[in-house]
Design a protein around this ligand. Structure first.
Ligand code: COA
Length: 700
């Protein structure tokens, strides 16, 4: 390329191929559009505009993608000029044709820049998205104004509200890109630009198009659709408003309003929480004593021991990622039953239109059942998902160790048992690790990866990388009862149960937690998960429970009545035949009142504030203890666990982030006050220290 030079500290390259200026974003890893890049694009556009030799411009990205969008780290800092909308306006106003040449991702601002170009061509691997809503934002650089003009408000809003990516072919079908090209992208873009120059036609500017009006009532219909999902959130509603503005207001006015709505979102606590989660998820992948260079074993095939609910879901997760997986069961009948459930789950996905019959056939083809251990001897990793009983697990691990190839990783999906003790059943404790999936395993994104005392760095690095590959967020935790997530959950539900004994009812507790932003309160969750699971665990623990520890018998009494939740039609609530709506049950109210009486507790009015404080501060307090014990590496890891494993509202940023928002001093004072009547809420030493030092979990 002629006269290639760099601009703005090397983040932009400027070169010429014939009469076409090629401007390349070179800001690894994802060409985020930070201040330097924005300045560089503006300068490069000016240079090309003023260069008589240049007849057209190509804008492209170096490395793995076009651009991952605005630099999210800058959102918390004072804005620096030029803003992205100003840069895009400069691109759009250029009197010479500007062609965006896109490969890899074009997300957020990385999609809005091409929308301001006059033409767009894309490599087959390109993916387009406006994912701002996932960060509590709206697209703030013209996306909500240009995209509806280009493809119509209905399709544009679909993309903006979901934040999900589409591929090159769909972008072509929708009219987002002009061509999908194979071979060298820049060469193709230059040829495309030269052809436009030769044609001499008008420049296509999205701002000049008139969006097709949607059907009457479309926007209100969309508002209705998101009522439940987006309750308490700001961004989704602003997305709808801004796209509506694209239809009702002139371009410049719509753009101005878009900026106002964007700034309101950007400065909200919600977006701060969501941005925190974005970075916390990525931080969780970094393990201080397992450096980036640690060798990672290739995982070409997997096996799952046990095809119950968890085993089947785990097998689906591998198949969904294109990894062949063998499923081992003890009998043909159990195998048939388990694989039948897998097939049924896939069929439901087809019904919802998320996958085609052909997709399912391909995935089912990757899942092979067997009852013979010898068939899984070659697997690179085996995930054990058998009955939650130490003796059973040890037996399975002993057999796996004898049969599997020497370098195979043996992982356990235990949610409570000691991974080190399981590892003792093998001669390869360095290859033994916990991979705690959450139910339903093919849906929930969390993988708590449990490090044993002898788990090797290679095994950890391999399993952390595998988590990402199979679409999960892996978080490394240490060994303790319930690991991080369930240990905290135990303290949360414990408070919920005590509140019942003292005067609350399940639907009040659940409503408060729902209003906080969880999809469901603890009692509704119990009914979905099945109450017998916890009952079994409590029975096992009964032997070791200190006699003077406060223990609520209500849940056990409900199980003794044969009420195991939705699957039996009754649990904490009752359910209409085949229904899933929890209906408060007078029988349960009577039981709760009876238990209070038996325990000699005088029932009182419980306020919503007390419910919120006791349930959430119990979580935070236990999280603080876990951090002190080093069982989670950082507060952000605890947040990620709760967001992806337990439905903690993402816009609250997770329990530890929420504690910082409330203020550790406030949480400390409240727990100290509550501990006078509820000893179990005595503040953790770490919480006390932070409160006294005026610090937050973010400072750890
Ligand atoms: N701003 C700042 N940093 C970003 C970024 C952005 N828009 N997008 C990615 N990064 C950083 C990540 O934090 C990570 O940093 P690290 O290596 O220090 O942890 C690095 O780039 C790689 O990102 P990662 O997500 O691990 O890589 P990936 O290849 O799996 O995914 C993306 C790349 C771009 C698809 C993904 O990072 C993404 O979705 N980014 C956000 C896009 C977005 O929402 N843009 C709109 C902003 S308003």
């Amino acid at each position: 390329m002629k006269q290639e030079a760099t601009i703005e500290g090397g983040v932009i390259r400027f070169g010429k191929l014939g009469g076409v200026a090629v401007i390349t974003l070179t800001n690894p890893p994802v060409n985020a559009l930070g201040a330097g890049v924005r300045q560089g694009i503006a300068k490069a556009i000016d240079r090309a505009a003023g260069d008589e030799e240049v007849k057209a411009l190509v804008l492209t990205g170096a490395g793995r993608c076009f651009s991952g969008g605005a630099d999210i780290r800058e959102f918390g800092q004072p804005p620096a000029d030029p803003t992205l909308p100003a840069v895009i306006a400069r691109v759009e106003q250029c009197v010479k044709p500007v062609v965006a040449a896109i490969h890899g991702v074009a997300f957020g601002g990385g999609f809005e820049v091409p929308l301001g170009c006059h033409f767009r061509i894309a490599a087959p691997d390109s993916r387009f998205a406006l994912p701002e809503v996932k960060l509590g934002l709206i697209p703030g650089a013209g996306g909500t104004q240009r995209l509806p003009r280009l493809i119509g408000p209905e399709k544009a809003l679909g993309l903006i509200l979901s934040g999900d990516p589409i591929g090159a072919e769909e972008a072509l079908r929708l009219g987002i890109v002009d061509e999908v090209v194979k071979g060298d992208l820049v060469d193709a873009a230059v040829a495309f630009a030269e052809a436009r120059v030769a044609e001499g036609g008008p420049l296509k500017k999205a701002r000049d198009l008139t969006p097709d009006p949607p059907p009457d009532g479309f926007f209100d219909g969309q508002r209705k659709n998101i009522e439940r999902r987006a309750r308490g959130l700001i961004a989704p509603w602003h997305c709808i408003q801004s796209v509506e503005n694209a239809v009702t207001l002139p371009f410049d006015e719509g753009l101005k309003k878009e900026r106002e709505l964007f700034v309101e979102c950007r400065d909200s606590e919600q977006s701060k929480g969501q941005r925190h989660v974005f970075f916390a998820e990525r931080e969780a992948a970094k393990i201080p004593d397992v450096p980036k260079e640690t060798p990672v074993q290739a995982i070409r095939s997997a096996a799952v021991a046990g095809c119950g609910t968890m085993g089947g879901g785990i097998a689906m997760t591998f198949a969904n990622a294109g990894i062949p997986v063998r499923v081992l069961e003890t009998s043909d009948a159990l195998l048939e039953k388990g694989l039948g459930v897998v097939q049924k789950n896939y069929a439901a996905t087809v019904k919802r239109g998320r996958l085609t019959e052909a997709d399912i056939a391909a995935r089912m083809d990757l899942i092979r059942g067997t009852t013979d251990y010898a068939d899984i001897a070659d697997a690179d990793i085996v995930i054990e998902a058998v009955f939650e009983e130490m003796a059973v697990k040890k037996k399975v691990f002993g057999t796996l160790d004898a049969i599997c190839k020497p370098d195979a990783i043996l992982a356990t999906n235990t949610s409570t048992l000691d991974v080190d003790e399981i590892a003792d059943a093998t001669k390869r404790p360095d290859k033994v690790i916990g991979t705690h999936f959450f139910s339903p395993a093919n849906v929930m994104r969390l993988m708590e990866n449990v490090r044993g005392a002898r788990t090797s760095p290679e095994t950890i690095a391999t399993v952390m990388a595998l988590s990402k590959r199979i679409g999960k967020v892996g978080v490394l935790v240490g060994i303790c009862d319930g690991f991080v997530g369930n240990r905290m959950y135990h303290h949360y539900t414990r408070q919920a149960n005590f509140l019942l004994e003292e005067g609350a009812l399940p639907d009040q507790v659940d409503r408060v937690i729902y209003d906080f932003g969880f999809a469901m309160g603890p009692f509704a969750v119990g009914d979905v998960a099945g109450l017998d699971v916890g009952w079994r665990i409590r029975q096992r623990r009964a032997k070791t429970r200190p006699a003077d520890e406060r223990y609520s018998p209500i849940a056990d009494r409900i199980c003794e009545m044969g009420r195991f939740g939705q699957k039996t039609g009754t649990g904490w609530y009752r359910y209409e035949e085949g229904g899933r709506t929890p209906i408060p049950d007078p029988e349960i109210e009577a039981l709760i009142v009876q238990v209070s009486k038996e325990l000699g507790i005088e029932r009182r009015t419980i306020t919503d504030d007390e419910i919120r404080e006791r349930c959430l501060y119990a979580l935070i307090n236990e999280g603080a203890k876990i951090l002190d014990e080093g069982l989670a590496l950082r507060p952000g890891d605890v947040d990620v666990i709760w967001i992806h494993g337990y439905g903690f509202p993402v816009h609250r940023g997770g329990p530890m982030f929420y504690a910082d928002q409330v203020g550790p001093r406030e949480v400390f004072e409240a727990t100290s006050r509550l501990a006078e009547a509820h000893e179990e809420l005595r503040p953790a030493p770490l919480l006390e220290r932070l409160a006294k030092e005026g610090k937050g979990f973010k400072d750890l």
